[in-house]
Design a protein around this ligand. Structure first.
Ligand code: NDP
Length: 283
């Protein structure tokens, strides 16, 4: 068994991105992103702050705009339209989840697809479906980057994704398909989950259920990518969706939580921003 930790990879990636930011600045492009944060959700605040820290490390200008939970959908859309029109703003992120009072879908659709840093605009999702990914959702992209780092050949393998959210499970399945894996998807309505997971050569888990995947649910020698991030209410400790210690004894390769997919996701946000800015220069 090999534990695929992302720390070193993230350090290299950040160094590379820092150099690319410098080069862009030398050519007169100053990468600048805006994050819209609504309400007081502690996890969203912490995530927005962490992204700000990484942007700062990379030399990317990062503006966090906090809005009260009483903001209306129309006000949010007006704000996003103004950011879409501002040519000094290169990327916009709306911190999710939004308060239930807001129309999330309308807000997502108001984003300029070219500035959609999370790859959640329907146009970007459509490109993904066609295998012509422009901006992709960052977490699936991070999972794919780790599979590549671990030199996992996906061609012809059975890859199973547990979880079918629009932001993680579905796009990840699409990306695995793009690498010629035979892809299966499971979700909360899948009976006898273990009968499916045991077939997987590559098991990717994103269901938000702490340590759901036990060793007896995993094929001997499988590659296991744990995307889950669950905070224990009592200890505050971060756990994945996989029972790491026991599953690690059976897996040929496994990503830990923390220290696996999560840190790569945050850096992917900025990597994709720079990819877009460089492509725009060349166009
Ligand atoms: P969602 O809650 O949107 O989706 C969870 C998915 O898991 C749903 O499709 C749900 O099925 C499925 N599911 C829930 N319970 C079970 C179960 N018992 N058996 C099988 N499937 C189940 O979560 P996200 O996709 O946004 O996130 C998933 C996990 O990934 C979370 O732990 C989240 O914190 C983490 N995450 C990690 C990131 C990172 O950077 N590492 C970034 C984003 C998320 P159904 O559709 O039927 O309800």
């Amino acid at each position: 068994m090999k534990v695929l930790r992302s720390k070193e990879y993230v350090v290299h990636l950040k160094e590379d991105l820092k150099a690319r930011v410098l080069q862009l600045k030398q050519r007169g492009v100053y990468p600048n992103v805006v994050v819209l944060l609504v309400g007081e959700d502690a996890a969203s605040k912490a995530y927005a702050k962490m992204k700000g820290k990484i942007a700062d490390q990379l030399g990317i200008s990062y503006q966090l705009e906090e809005m009260p939970a009483t903001v209306t959908t129309e006000e949010m859309i007006a704000k996003i339209h103004a950011l879409n029109a501002d040519e000094n703003v290169h990327g916009v992120m709306v911190e999710m989840p939004l308060p239930k009072s807001l129309n999330e879908e309308e807000i997502i659709q108001s984003l300029d697809p070219q500035k959609d840093m999370d790859g959640i605009h329907p146009m970007n999702m459509g490109y993904l479906l066609k295998g012509q990914g422009h901006t992709l959702p960052n977490t699936p992209l991070a999972a794919m980057a780790l599979l590549e780092l671990g030199k996992v050949d996906l061609e012809g393998k059975i890859a199973l994704v547990v979880g079918r959210s629009n932001i993680v499970g579905k796009p990840l399945a699409q990306l695995l398909l793009g690498k010629n894996a035979t892809v299966m998807m499971c979700h909360s309505r899948t009976p006898h989950l273990e009968e499916w997971t045991r077939q997987a050569d590559v098991l990717c888990v994103a269901c938000g259920q702490s340590r759901l995947i036990k060793a007896d649910m995993v094929k001997e020698g499988a590659v296991v990518i744990d995307i889950g991030m669950n905070y224990d209410d009592e200890t505050g400790k971060l756990t994945g969706d996989v029972d790491f210690e026991k599953v690690a004894e059976k897996a040929s390769l496994i990503t830990p939580v923390p220290g696996g997919v999560g840190p790569v996701t945050t850096v992917m946000i900025f990597k994709q921003l720079l990819d877009r800015l460089e492509a725009k220069e060349k166009a």
